[in-house]
Design a protein around this ligand. Structure first.
Ligand code: BG6
Length: 480
């Protein structure tokens, strides 16, 4: 079904995110016929680019990922208009409004506007204030704002940014992006949990021993040293993606799949995350940075990184949720850059089953939710070894989703742009979720000067301290 027509105003059109994710995502919507034929995109950038050069940039970013017919590509790039401006200049905006009005009058976008902020994060408040001051031409058209993460640097900055936003936008016009929510397997978590009699009754401290979440990346900081050095893994990955995963895994069943019903339950559990104090942070939080290894340079030698930087490129921690369902169940999370693997997965480890008379080599049931690169669900359970024996062995049921469906699984940004155009807020974060996650991160940041910074060689499996964090509880990071 075709989405409503709109003018998409893309701030940061010459940046990395646009090239790597947004053009391919919009192209996928164009190719599948979902992007309305009247939808147009106004790309805003500071560089002095000709229209033809802009179109070629877009086309080459699409060609990078797949071979596509040139006429299809042409009809896609025809939707784009480049607009050069310095978005920090207040006086530049009236001309922009003029151009938008012109495009709207000439085209048939019905006055709908979807703004996308993909600029450097420190420009978000300034640009959104400008946009917010501008009402649509047509009364019954929509005005929506998609904002990339990070939403603030800590609770205080996030709160003041939010207040500014709310003074010019309604909450339901604000689409705060956490692109992990657009990933297929994250959308699957609620169905897996609440749609299966097998799992839902066992999804609590009675039956679950612990949960592990790992998002490990082989890449370094690439072109984003300025942003990354101010963020580090805690702010860049934990505040957003990893805590969203925790929320989806531990929330109670919502009354419905309506956006606010789901988000209410997420907030409820996020508020039950036990904040850290000086003692628990020292015991349960690991921060580390990569040094030289596997012929790759150290973080501090990366371009744009200060030589004495203390920013963490890796973090692991043990979390607790103080509610009836999860009391006493540790949640171990870890994420980092320049590691020896590329994987995103969740492992639910169930309690050991005591069954008298069995041999004692039995293992716990585990459920692995694979987020990337493979997408799927992998369940391990015990069976009798075939033959004249009572020995037990583990059997495996593996539902590999992208093995069966291949590239048919939409990419995260394709799904998010689709939902924003159709007005579905389910996969976007609400302010109170952001507030709860920054509260937890701030509890670590407030004592971080007292925490050691560990080191690990680039291309390794991460710091030994992360192994100790889990092995002291007689558990290990499972490589399933
Ligand atoms: C981004 C972070 O939000 O997510 C990056 O800023 C990180 O540092 C990226 O590399 C990971 O996303 P994905 O989809 O590649 O797992």
């Amino acid at each position: 079904m075709s989405l409503p027509p709109a003018l998409i105003i893309l701030f940061g059109t010459t940046g990395d995110l646009a090239q790597k994710k947004l053009y391919p995502a919009l192209f996928a919507l164009h190719q599948s016929g979902q992007l309305n034929p009247h939808t147009q995109i106004l790309g805003i950038g500071r560089r002095d680019w000709q229209q033809s050069y802009y179109h070629e940039k877009i086309a080459s970013s699409i060609r990078l990922s797949e071979p596509v017919p040139e006429d299809l590509l042409q009809s896609f790039t025809d939707r784009f208009t480049y607009y050069q401006m310095d978005i920090t200049e207040h006086e530049a905006y009236p001309l922009l409004w003029q151009s938008m009005d012109d495009i709207e009058r000439a085209g048939q976008t019905q006055g709908n506007r979807l703004y996308f902020l993909a600029t450097a994060p420190d420009l978000f408040p300034l640009v959104s204030k400008q946009i917010g001051s501008r009402q649509n031409l047509h009364a019954d058209s929509f005005r929506r704002l998609m904002i990339e993460k990070p939403f603030g640097q800590d609770l205080q900055s996030a709160r003041s940014f939010n207040q500014e936003l709310r003074s010019v936008f309604d909450e339901n016009e604000i689409y705060r992006i956490d692109h992990y929510l657009g990933k297929e397997m994250l959308q699957n978590i609620l169905i897996l949990r609440f749609g299966n009699r097998l799992f839902e009754p066992a999804w609590n401290r009675e039956h679950i021993d612990h949960i592990q979440i790992s998002v490990l990346e082989p890449f370094g900081v690439e072109q984003r040293s300025g942003y990354y050095d101010r963020s580090g893994a805690l702010r860049d990955m934990v505040q957003s993606h990893l805590l969203q995963l925790v929320a989806l895994l531990t929330m109670n069943q919502p009354d419905s799949l309506q956006p606010d019903a789901v988000r209410d339950e997420k907030v409820r559990v996020l508020r039950k995350l036990r904040p850290f104090d000086r003692v628990s942070a020292a015991r349960d939080v690991i921060l580390a940075q990569y040094t030289t290894g596997s012929a790759m340079r150290a973080y501090r030698d990366e371009r744009g990184i200060p030589e004495h930087s203390l920013t963490e490129t890796y973090t692991a921690m043990q979390l607790w949720i103080d509610n009836e369902r999860w009391q006493g169940v540790p949640i171990y999370i870890r994420t980092g850059k320049r590691l020896n693997q590329s994987v995103g997965k969740i492992t639910i480890v169930f309690n050991q089953q005591d069954y008298l008379g069995m041999h004692n080599d039995r293992q716990a049931n585990t459920l692995v939710i694979r987020i990337q690169p493979e997408e799927g669900i992998d369940l391990r359970f015990n069976i009798k070894k075939p033959g004249m024996t009572t020995e037990i062995e583990q059997a495996r049921m593996n539902a590999c989703q992208n093995c069966q469906r291949g590239a048919a699984s939409p990419q995260a940004y394709e799904k998010l742009l689709h939902d924003a155009l159709s007005g579905d807020l389910s996969l976007f974060t609400r302010w109170d979720e952001i507030e709860a996650t920054w509260t937890l991160i701030d509890s670590i940041q407030s004592v971080r000067d007292e925490l050691p910074l560990y080191y690990y060689p680039a291309g390794s499996q991460g710091p030994h301290a992360a192994e100790r964090l889990i092995s002291r509880d007689k558990k290990t990071w499972l490589d399933l």
